[in-house]
Design a protein around this ligand. Structure first.
Ligand SMILES: C[S@@+](CC[C@H](N)C(=O)[O-])C[C@H]1O[C@@H](n2cnc3c(N)ncnc32)[C@H](O)[C@@H]1O
Length: 394
């Protein structure tokens, strides 16, 4: 719907009440029929806003003054929250963050994905602080005097941090002491990951910094990875995430597409006679192969390939396909192949509700959606993970 542009123009100020959060974590208010998206707001806040962007059907605004705080607003616990772009929801109580994110995701699935409101679902949450196993740091300055931190919100300006309480404690300690250790070169970006014995690894490789492989046990399996290889970030929810995806079903053949280092493929190989895992990143697929080998899983084949080019090899009517694509979801080509080849059961893990909604809608004529699990893998941010279990209609 297009709303005349003279209603709420850029720089206008307006008083509103925030109704709810939308997918991504911004608050939603309305004024004169215009939906207004407001970062850093909380449901129930009464705010004076300034319009900073006006599109035909909505506006964006920044908070000028909090007239009255919503019931779940709190003082952000982290001293860096005002500027740092790493977190976006610290100003809302932990439990309420999950509740509002789940309700926004449900609404997105219903509105964009035509998902019925009575599909059975459940919500999983874990620790809200000191949970992250990986981080992507930004740096600048001279060796011995570097600034270490994250980009500011909506900017490439560095916010130098003295603490980061979403990181698992050993990783936070490492980040806090990092500047002193950089006495040769200061890269602009440094990735760091934590193993379950407190070991840390970094990429790129730099003198004086830990490097190489770390590992973490989840359920019956040990997974090796490094700082530049994808591994799920929430230390305390890995087991529940695997269980939500893999479940209890057993069968002949399962495919794990976008497999990473094998978080789902290894446990699938205990439940299916044959498992094929496809991963496009060469480093991740090397770890995937090694992790399967070290687990003694002779019934697992690993394929280092983009799913888009490999998918023509997917046979028709297989027992199970698991997909866990990057944020943008499935390509038209992969969706088309899944519709045509109709695996009996399809599991879709997504960290982007709108992409999942689009894909579920496209798959709806061939698959029935049996259940959804919402996992808060990203506390203090607007992100949420969703696992959808689908079954072929024939
Ligand atoms: C969201 S991660 C999921 C990984 C794994 N399922 C897990 O939970 O650890 C997506 C994975 O897909 C891989 N990937 C991205 N685009 C791909 C593509 N077009 N084809 C195959 N793999 C791809 C990435 O390297 C990454 O390992």
């Amino acid at each position: 719907m297009t709303i005349p542009p003279d209603i709420l123009a850029v720089d206008d100020t307006v008083e509103v009440e925030i109704e709810k959060l939308i997918a991504g974590g911004d608050g939603l208010a309305r004024s004169q029929g215009v939906p207004i998206f407001v970062p850093l707001s909380a449901p129930g806040d009464r705010l004076r806003l300034r319009i900073i962007e006006r599109r035909p059907s909505y506006a964006r605004a920044e908070i000028v003054e909090i007239l009255q705080s919503g019931p779940e607003r709190r003082e952000a616990p982290c001293e860096h929250f005002a500027n740092c772009g790493g977190c976006s929801l610290q100003h809302i109580e932990d439990e309420a963050q999950t509740r509002w994110k789940v309700s926004a995701a449900r609404e997105t699935l219903e509105r964009l994905g035509s998902v019925a409101h009575d599909v059975p679902d459940r919500v999983v949450r874990g620790d809200s602080w000191h949970y992250r196993l990986r981080t992507q740091l930004r740096l600048e300055g001279e060796p011995g005097r570097a600034s270490v931190g994250y980009f500011a919100r909506a900017s490439h300006k560095l916010v130098s941090v003295r603490t980061c309480a979403v990181l698992a404690e050993p990783l936070e300690e490492f980040v806090v002491g990092l500047a002193e250790r950089l006495d040769h070169r200061v890269p602009r970006r440094l990735d760091a990951a934590l193993g379950d014995d407190g070991a840390i690894t970094c990429g790129p490789v730099l003198p004086g910094l830990p490097k190489g492989t770390v590992s973490r046990r989840v359920g019956d399996f040990r997974y090796e990875y490094d700082a530049r290889t994808f591994f799920q970030a929430h230390a305390g929810l890995l087991g529940e995430f695997v269980e939500a995806v893999v479940g209890r079903e057993e069968g002949e053949v399962a495919y794990d597409l976008y497999a990473g280092v094998g978080l789902f493929a290894l446990p699938l190989a205990r439940r299916y006679r044959q498992v094929v895992a496809v991963e496009g990143d060469s480093n991740a697929s090397r770890y995937l192969r090694n992790n399967a080998q070290k687990a003694g899983l002779a019934n697992m084949a690993t394929i280092g390939s983009a799913v888009e080019s490999w998918i023509v090899q997917l046979p028709e009517g297989v027992d199970r396909v698991v997909v866990d694509p990057p944020r943008q979801g499935l390509s038209l080509h992969v969706r088309g192949a899944l519709k045509r080849l109709r695996p009996k059961r399809l599991t879709y893990a997504s960290c982007h509700p709108a992409a999942l909604a689009r894909d579920l809608k496209a798959l709806a004529r061939r698959f029935t959606l049996e259940s959804l699990v919402y996992l808060d893998l990203f506390p203090q941010t607007g992100h949420i993970e969703i696992v959808a279990q689908l079954r072929s209609l024939e």
